[in-house]
Design a binder for this molecule. Sequence first.
Ligand SMILES: C[S@@+](CC[C@H](N)C(=O)[O-])C[C@H]1O[C@@H](n2cnc3c(N)ncnc32)[C@H](O)[C@@H]1O
Length: 244
Amino acid sequence: MSPDEILQQEFNRWAAEGRGEQMEQHHLAITEATLRLMDTKPGERVLDLGCGAGWATRILARLVSEGPRGFGQVVGLDISDEMIRRARASSRDFDNLMYVWGSAEKIPWEENYFDKVLSVESFYYYPDPDRALNELFRVMAPRGRLFILINLYKDNPYSLHWVDKLKVPVQVRSEAEYIELLKTHAFEDVEARRIPDPTPTPHDYSGQSFKSAEDLREFKRIGALLVMATKPNFRSPAPPYTIY
Ligand SMILES: C[S@@+](CC[C@H](N)C(=O)[O-])C[C@H]1O[C@@H](n2cnc3c(N)ncnc32)[C@H](O)[C@@H]1O
């Protein structure tokens, strides 16, 4: 099955199951666009950082599965033991996927390993983003590619009401600030894209998240921020601290 067919199958299944309020439904359209840009190949090793309940991790596992470059593997990492438990419970049919409990600031994995990293709606939670980027740089393979996707950022004013609603502290940055941050950490080919959410907004919107259907429509039109970067062709040495 081609990557396109796998993605289509996954998104049709979600639509058929009508998982209205679940987190995956909210991140689905923007993640679909990101997964296509990631161009993941069978045999690759991928990290899903802040994987939550693991829905994107499972799609990635199908995309990298078996191929000419070997048997691809996906690792989902999350700081919430509850999320890791849920992710494991939903992934029993997979043999090329593993969930690890840990922090982005101290990734319990070896150096120079991952060909691709995806992080959906998680990066702004990290209290020490510099440390998280040092760790990502360390665990990524030379020429590995990083994809950070976020809905909450300064250039989408319709997202900012979440800063007060979320029960934990977050760090909100602009597109320019993200680009600067990644460049400071020696990543190359740093670029950003807006990923609009093309899903229709009902006229009779009655959700709690936005003031009105019009606000939600504008939020989706401006879209999420996808920041992409490449680790230089460099092998990181082992860190001076214990990682496990
Ligand atoms: C909004 S959820 C997104 C989950 C998933 N990526 C998705 O799209 O459904 C954010 C996730 O980031 C995780 N997270 C927050 N801080 C973290 C950290 N320092 N290290 C690893 N994961 C973290 C949370 O536990 C949560 O599961």
